[in-house]
Design a protein. Sequence first.
Length: 338
Amino acid sequence: MSPHLLLVTGSGRSGTSSVAGALKRLGLHVPQPEVPADEKNPRGYYEPEWVTEFHKRVLNPVPVRTIDTRPTAGAIAAEAGSKPEVEAELRSWLSEQLDAEQILIKDPRAFWILPVWTRVAADLGASVSTLTMLRHPTEVVRSRDSAYLTEQSPTFRRQRETANIAAWVNAAFETERSTRSLDRAFVRYADLLADWRTALHRAGDQAGLTYNADLTTREPHDVDDFIDAKLNRSAITWDDIAVPAQLRELAERTWEAMNTLVESPASPDAIASLGELQEEYVELFDFSEAIAMDATTARVAEGRRDVRRKKDAQLAELRAELELARTAPGRRSPFRRR
């Protein structure tokens, strides 16, 4: 049997670690070593360390964030991922990981450069499917807020919440588009926590997976001790998030369309709806960018002034050191005859 590569993706804080941990316990292989657990994710990430560093090397210089508000981010990431040296690096690593029948690659950034993954895997004789975790954008944003922004000011937190809602919307469009040609599954985080057997049985059928247990029964399994309904600590509503009404409404309709893909991953109605919503988002982004133009220009100008001030300070410091050296007692000129 040829190896099967499952790419697990989804917005950060959407349950990708939970589903990857469950899938590992159901028999899928995670290439080692893994990113170690920490205080932000004490149950573990189930991400191959090499993969996370690979995606950073490709995407950070561009730069494209894990979820990015820019409608052009997908094209920018695709160009970065299409470079021959990127493909060669991935081929070298992946060729050594295909001894297992089912290989689990989890990283929320994978959807940005999915074509290079599918191309290299196919060349190496492996099939590819995807599993995307879905979590309501308000819960994703508040979870990210709790994990990363606790030390920031209320103004900064509000700006980041708005940007993260927009980035969630944009990532939804890019994820659906990039996975459309593959066998794929979409899993709601709430479904995973409420009844992991039903959620992963459906996902396994959709993504072409086999497990080490019959999920149509209730026989005890290690996943029972791993999946904890109390993990969903961010059950909040739009009333708890300060974002513009137009963005909120757009995000809610995007969430509804993505939910259709849980039962029907190839739903033509959902795909068409997401295409229309993406057009709305691009227009909203363009108007928002225009409104913020003066603020952006001012920040760029201030940044340039900061650079000039630092250079001037360094020059002044260098001149002072040269003057001190010139006037120091006992100084011998390098040009004086001995």
